[in-house]
Ligand binder design. Sequence first.
Ligand code: AMP
Ligand code: GLY
Length: 426
Amino acid sequence: MKILVVGGGGREHAIIMKLAESPKVDKIYCTPGNGGISRYAECFSVSATDIDGVVALAKQLSVDMVVVAPDDPLVLGMVDALNDEGFMTFGPNKAAAIIEGSKAFSKELMKKYNIPTAGYETFSDSNAAIAYLKEKNSYPAVIKADGLALGKGVIIAQNEDEAVEAVKSMIDGKQFGESSTTVVIEEFLTGPEISVLSFTDGKVVVPMVSSMDHKRALDGDKGLNTGGMGTIAPNPFYTEEIAKECMEKIFIPTMNAMNAEGRTFKGCLYFGLMATESGVKVIEYNCRFGDPETQVVLPLLETDLYDIFEAVYKGTLSDIEVKWKNECCACVVLASGGYPVKYEKGKEIFGLDDKGQADGVFVYHAGTKYENGTFYTSGGRVLGVTANAPTLTEALEKSYSAIDSGITFEKAHCRRDIGKTAVSQA
Ligand code: AMP
Ligand code: GLY
């Protein structure tokens, strides 16, 4: 089988490394990929959002399957275009990807089908939104851009001033373009966060090993929200009891709700959950593998990933037994100083071998370039230094000691407390 993976981050690197283990996979291509991915898969320069370009590339390479990993091409309908040309794909079609593409849609879906989530209202008029905030007068308040915003479209406002400013800059200032002309204002929930990625073909939903992201830029969950500064798996807060509750009240009802809406979801459905005192609630859905969750989940997968992708496409997922290693995995993200706001690129990266790797860990590349035998930074999140081990403590030690032994670049920044809450809970 020849497979084209669309995307170019650490998540795609992790998908490619797992697909490469399959005896059925002969050749893996990636577009646009990155420096680290280019050491394992042939990369092309077609952008991940260029639907016509990706269809043309898939034809030119006569691939057997296209895996569309990022949210934007899924929401734009890349899978539909590839299916129209007869390609087998992994990823939801446009009708289903709206579960991530519009928070107003996903909140409405949960309300209609009684899936537990935070109470909310939707607004496209800033005066109405502000009047609502004043009337509620309850802080923190959660303000979310309706559409995609690179994981940065959520503001937790601590007081009225912050809330009013967020509403004005999102709706009137179009802070996230058209994505923020509608906002959702949500009740603030508290409790540990759990990410559960799942495989679903619309008939069954198979949860993967749970994980925990660390979304804030700085230690102690301080600083701005980012795409994710590190992950661990499994998540110790995801007990068997909670897993059962999620299956009954969230996972199966969501799959059924999408079917009932004529939007059958096939692909990786990501549940962002919070275990509150009044039960588990959905914080968000994503229509794709999480990043950097994938970097800690897929290394623990024992079953052939290609077989799973094919079964999801064909609607035969119930025939496959999806198995996991009984280990823990940790991923620490090395980011460019200043991320997620302003940062420099093009810095030489030290401490990697010619494959972009280092001893004792696997380094998933998120934002790198490879030129004349050297890796350079090319994004905000640069590397995900990842290790598995029998315990979470050991996995974290391996990741941090690889970083401390010299994986670095000018102004490199990583959180020093990835997995800390998980270790104290376990
Ligand atoms: P989202 O992009 O919807 O996952 O939101 C990003 C982050 O904001 C989440 O991981 C939570 O930490 C936080 N968040 C989102 N919604 C809420 C909420 N209703 N209550 C408390 N925190 C929230
Ligand atoms: N790490 C969170 C996400 O992929 O949305």
